[in-house]
Design a protein around this ligand. Structure first.
Ligand SMILES: [Zn+2]
Length: 186
C-alpha cells in the first residue's frame, strides 16, 4: 500500500467527531523488533488480522507515527469503530522457547509516549474512556489490562473518591492537564 493509497483509504472512511472510546492495541509482533505505520499498512494485504485502521502507532523508540486522521473512522475494533480512536504500540509478544506469549512488552520510551499521547487525546476528547482491545473482545490484545495500568500511573487520583468510571475519567483528564503543565514548566 502506498502513502497515496493510505491517504485515500482514510479519505474514504466516514467522518467522525465525538470520540467516546480510545482503544490501546499491540501489533502482535515479537518484542524488540521495530515496525513502522507503513509496515503495518503493508501487512494488511497479507494478513487479515492486522488492519491499517489505527490512528497512531508507537515505535520502540517512542516515536509516534500518525495513521488515519482523528476525524476519520478507524478499523481496529470489530463493531466499535464509530466514535473511537485506535492506538497501537509495536510489540506485544514475548518469546518463550518456540512460543510467543502475549504480554506488555512496551519499552520505557513507548510507555512514556503512550501516556503523553493519551494525555493529549484526553484533553482534546474529554468524554472518551480509555480501554484495551481485550476489554471488549476475546483477544489478548494489547497484552495487559489497560485499566490496571492506568490506575498504576494515576498518582494524582485521590483514593477517597468513589471509583465510578465517570469520576475516574474526569480525574484522569485533570491529571493529564496537570502533567502537561508540569512538562511546560520543567
Ligand atoms: Zn487490538
Amino acid at each position: 500500500m502506498t502513502a497515496t493509497d493510505f491517504a485515500s483509504e482514510a479519505q474514504a472512511a466516514p467522518y467522525q467527531d465525538a470520540i467516546r472510546e480510545i482503544f490501546v492495541h499491540y501489533t502482535a509482533t515479537e518484542e524488540g523488533i521495530d515496525f513502522s505505520m507503513r509496515d503495518v499498512a503493508d501487512w494488511h494485504k497479507e494478513k487479515e488480522w492486522l488492519t491499517t485502521g489505527y490512528h497512531y502507532l508507537i515505535r520502540l523508540d517512542g516515536r509516534v507515527e500518525p495513521g488515519r486522521p482523528e476525524d476519520k473512522q478507524g478499523a481496529h475494533v470489530k463493531g466499535r469503530n464509530e466514535g473511537t480512536l485506535g492506538i497501537v504500540y509495536v510489540g506485544g509478544l514475548i518469546r518463550s522457547g518456540d512460543d510467543l506469549i502475549p504480554g506488555n512488552t512496551m519499552t520505557d520510551r513507548q510507555e512514556e509516549a503512550l501516556i503523553d499521547l493519551l494525555d493529549d487525546l484526553q484533553i482534546r476528547h474529554p468524554n472518551a474512556t480509555i480501554k484495551g482491545h481485550n476489554d471488549v473482545a476475546g483477544t489478548p490484545c494489547p497484552g495487559f489490562n489497560v485499566t490496571d495500568w492506568l490506575d498504576a500511573i494515576d498518582e494524582a487520583r485521590p483514593s477517597q473518591l468513589p471509583a465510578t468510571s465517570d469520576v475516574k475519567r474526569i480525574v484522569r483528564v485533570v491529571a493529564a492537564i496537570i502533567r502537561k503543565g508540569r512538562k511546560l514548566f520543567r
